[in-house]
Design a protein around this ligand. Structure first.
Ligand code: G3I
Length: 396
């Protein structure tokens, strides 16, 4: 210790150091103390209200949100304040942006890109190949029957090159292939049965999409994006596909965990195991479509046939959601070296894609007709105000 310090001052420092040592020793000797303190959600609002999620997580990962050409107008102030990444919820999907062979609908996608650029917000592209919101024309031949593999490959290449070139240097990352793995609990069925799988007679379309995307923009980060990635059977299928892509030299940078989660899924162990597997392959991770419905449905349960009774956002459901959000973000922070961004799917509880499904989440059976049951799955309430869950994830 510095010998020029006054004697009393030195004594105080020795005393404080001793107290600190005792406290640290006590915490080490009673392992329950520190986890139990940190696992109680602290929902107290922070004093500095000028900060947004992007500031609170600036040392961890980007924080993003799914937007449309409408929400960038109606929720612009909130988006600009809270987020530093956006994904187009629908406007860049193949069937939306390229509905017929010779038509491209650029307007909405261009507006989103311009908005993000104006506010220095990063942009993820979503997506280049998906069986839903697909451009059906791409898979039909001149004779009206299923197109040949060669023709589909040519069209896929043209599509990927045209879209990626338009936004080169602006979109830093693309979901190249979305949801190509079978969602069932059957470990022997690896790929989702789609027209793509049928035409290619196997998963070669996945490799092709990544190779085209890399050729089109070698600097863009390329992701495979999937839901229910933490469920054991599907997790293993994803792991197997990723190992295969890596072994075949396919230019893939990362895996998107969609994260359409709920009050009881995934468990901490399920989430950690799935993240560990992907990280072990040297791949990046992004949480790409995060929301947390308060209406979980048991795995495999049928969709409701009559509108379910709506309990509303009760204090009990709120408390469970707060706790789950905190648990999840504690885990995600621990993987900050590997997780590059966490993106929420929709801006506020006023409008979530989940609201019309009568409960449940991605992969659950959809009711035959839309059935409103509000899911309250996000960090901002129906008025765009920060929820308790917001502060629970922000406060460490
Ligand atoms: O734009 C049309 C409108 O013209 C028409 O009048 C109306 C009638 O239903 O439909 C509108 O299109 C809807 C579109 O969202 C835009 O609002 C579609 O019906 C509806 O199916 C579509 O839903 C989207 C869904 O993907 C399609 O599968 C959701 O908004 C979107 O949030 C959701 O996002 C997906 C991700 O891309 C991939 N992962 C799962 C996630 C949730 O399903």
């Amino acid at each position: 210790m510095n010998k020029y310090l006054p004697k009393n001052y030195r004594k105080n420092i020795v005393f404080i150091a001793a107290v600190c040592a005792i406290v640290m020793c006590y915490m080490q000797c009673s392992p329950k103390l520190s986890p139990s303190i940190s696992s109680v959600p602290n929902t107290t609002p922070q004093a500095d209200l000028s900060k947004g999620l992007k500031d609170y997580f600036k040392d961890d990962f980007l924080v993003g949100v799914a937007v449309g050409s409408r929400s960038i107008r109606t929720d612009s102030a909130l988006i600009i304040k809270e987020f530093n990444s956006v994904t187009a919820e629908n406007d860049m999907k193949v069937g939306v942006i390229h509905p017929t062979e010779n038509t491209y609908n650029w307007k909405n996608a261009d507006d989103i890109v311009a908005f993000a650029e104006r506010h220095k917000i990063n942009i993820r592209g979503h997506n280049l190949l998906w069986h839903q919101q697909n451009a059906e024309w791409m898979l039909v031949g001149p004779d009206g029957k299923q197109a040949s593999k060669e023709l589909v490959l040519k069209r896929l290449k043209e599509h990927i090159f045209t879209v990626m070139n338009r936004y080169k240097g602006k979109i830093y990352c693309w979901d190249v292939v979305n949801e190509a793995i079978d969602d069932s609990q059957d470990p022997t069925v690896m790929y989702r049965k789609t027209k793509w799988l049928e035409i290619f007679n196997g998963p070669e379309f996945i490799d092709a999409a990544f190779r085209f995307a890399h050729e089109a923009d070698p600097k863009a980060k390329l992701y495979y994006n999937e839901f229910n990635s933490e469920r054991e059977v599907k997790r293993e299928k994803i792991f197997k596909l990723m190992k295969k892509l890596k072994a075949d030299g396919v230019p893939i940078d990362g895996v998107g965990f969609q994260a359409h989660w709920s009050l009881d899924y995934p468990t901490a162990t399920q989430l950690r195991t799935a993240l560990d597997q992907i990280v072990s392959l040297g791949l990046e991770v992004q949480i790409t479509e995060l929301d947390l419905t308060i209406h979980p449905r048991p795995l495999g349960a049928p969709a409701p046939t009559t509108p379910p009774v709506d309990p509303g956002y009760t204090p009990e459901l709120e408390a469970r959601q707060v706790a789950k959000y905190k648990e999840i973000f504690d885990i995600l922070r621990g993987y900050k070296k590997n997780i590059k961004a966490v993106t929420f799917w929709n801006v506020t509880d006023r409008g979530s894609w989940l609201d019309s499904r009568g409960g449940g989440s991605a992969g659950d059976a959809k009711p035959a007709t839309p059935m409103i049951l509000k899911a309250y799955p996000l960090l901002f309430d129906v008025n765009g105000q920060r929820k308790k869950a917001y502060w629970a994830v922000v406060n460490k």
